[in-house]
Design a protein around this ligand. Sequence first.
Ligand code: GAL
Length: 428
Amino acid sequence: MNSIARLAAAISVASLFPLSAFAADAKGTVEVVHWWTSGGEKAAVDVLKAQVEKDGFTWKDGAVAGGGGATAMTVLKSRAVAGNPPGVAQIKGPDIQEWASIGLLDSNLLKGVAKDEKWDSLLVRKVSDTVKYEGDYVAVPVNIHRVNWLWINPEVFKKAGIDKAPTTLDEFYAAGDKLKAAGFIALAHGGQPWQDSTVFEDVVLSVMGAEGYKKALVDLDQNTLSGPQMVKSFTELKKLTGYMDPNRAGRDWNIAAADVINGKAGMQMMGDWAKSEWTAAHKVAGKDYQCVPFPGTEKAFTYNIDSLAVFKVKDAGTQAAQQDLAKVALGKDFQKVFSINKGSIPVRTDMLDDMSALGFDACAQASAKDFLADDKTGGLQPSMAHNMATSLAVQGAIFDVVTNFMNDKDADPAKTAKQLASAVKAAQ
Ligand code: GAL
């Protein structure tokens, strides 16, 4: 039984409604559980908070620190078991279906907003399917992140004698060698399972291409998971780990980003929420820093769509606040300001053709162009590391294998590929 099913068993119907739901509340309060706590991310979520408050509602901040959201998800589950879920929570990908299937999400609440605001015509099918349960919206998507980016400090590259961004794994290692020789951390990284797997999926994408990535990490094909291409992926991952700083255990992603921003490190492999830190530090894309697809992944786009799910609540004021938040979140103004702060691109297709006119920088313009192009070629794939491709149980099994591998210098790539295949099978 997966964890959401166990959760369902623990919740009685009577406990589905938040304790606060019965309190009288003038225009309505909405509590929002999310994990946007870095400097850049906070600036982005504050945009939503300000708009909801401007509309007269009260925003109760339910921020739970911890990149990638694992801690936030644990908190959310225990609150749901205790009969005290928030009105809104950041939930992504297939997990939305699991929460909806146990009856905790409200599939009626957003019907009117979605119709009035024409959500169906604004979103690509892949996106709307993710946030609908049995045909009805249970969450509002807020943005699109691209995961397979490499962030570069050009000043550090110059000091190390590197004249261009790497476009192949061999060029990447050559740049890493020069950075190390010049006394820099070559690849800034935080040793947390979700960050390890962010790097792993980039390497799989580089070695296998989008089709192989899909077979392995989306379709979970046993032969691909244990096959020669996966062995090669682990071999490359081992080599790449050698360019990371050995004191990385437990380091948050934004601290690793700061190492690149402050000139201590040359590169970071991270989704474009990393750009939020560069923006918060007043750095300009294309001038103070470079964003390039991770070498060998130029024709692919691993997507990560943040969305806010609505929980069933009884209080009419809270329901009104939930609806207001959902309407704001897909509005044009919010989509622009939020993504500029967050490093992402809008999820509204009517904005993606127009990125330069809307004031988005070079990284965001490239992201939007590639998103639209890769949607046509099969290069557009859901990120495993960011909850878009598999259940959380399968993702957890992959995380364990990858993190153990990266922390054991004697680990064998061939054995690890076999372990990966059996761990996935056991978690399915
Ligand atoms: C991702 C999330 C992003 C960003 C990142 C770091 O899972 O989608 O919005 O917050 O984690 O925490």
